[in-house]
Ligand binder design. Sequence first.
Ligand SMILES: [Zn+2]
Length: 99
Amino acid sequence: MVGKPDFVFARKRVVVFVDGCFWHGCPKCYRRPSSRCSYWDAKVAANKARDRRVTRTLRRMGWRVVRIWEHELARKNEERLLGKLSAVSRQPSAGKPKS
Ligand SMILES: [Zn+2]
């Protein structure tokens, strides 16, 4: 499976990724480490570029892609997370993959 999603719901053609806030450069939580900045900047930028590429590829294959930030799994964000997931499950099926 492209990009190794954390969860795959094959029958619904939904894949879910849980992105670590640090590794994937979460806009809310990411803090640049105070040493070796350029190393980390490059590393996180490469991860983000790969995330976008993987999402695009999967969508093109007809999958619905949900990306969840690690911090959204916190108990206080439960409601929002449930909202996000149910919005996806209500979306009309992505249909046949475009080749
Ligand atoms: Zn975060």
